[in-house]
Design a protein around this ligand. Structure first.
Ligand SMILES: [Zn+2]
Length: 114
């Protein structure tokens, strides 16, 4: 069986799977000097945890409202399980919604600081 994932969802999945995304776990190592791992915390919630792929998709309270719509996806044990073929279509829809909200949240932050 092959799952057809289209357009932006396919790009989002590829970026997350290859570590080519904008989450702080990656972007904080692009700057000089690199931030320590524990300093790469999520700026969208107050949990003081590193903004990893699993935090972004499965844990961050900033996207909790979206995650609640995809409860079966979020109750999986690991990030890799989200990308299993049987769940991939649902995960793709989840990522599109989370990404859309992330764009809005980042825009709001820019307005606050610039
Ligand atoms: Zn967070």
């Amino acid at each position: 069986m092959s799952v057809a994932i289209k357009g932006n969802a396919k790009i989002l999945i590829a970026l997350l799977r290859t570590g080519s995304h904008h989450l702080r776990c990656e972007t904080s190592r692009w700057i000089t000097p690199k931030e320590e791992w524990e300093e790469r915390t999520c700026i969208f919630c107050k949990k003081e945890v590193v903004e990893t792929e699993s935090h972004y998709i499965m844990e961050c309270v900033a996207y909790e409202d979206i995650g609640n719509q995809f409860e079966n996806n979020l109750t999986v044990g690991s990030l890799s399980m989200l990308f299993e073929e049987a769940r991939l279509h649902k995960t793709a829809n989840l990522l599109i919604k989370i990404h859309s909200k992330n764009v809005i949240l980042e825009g709001n932050l820019r307005l606050m600081f610039f």
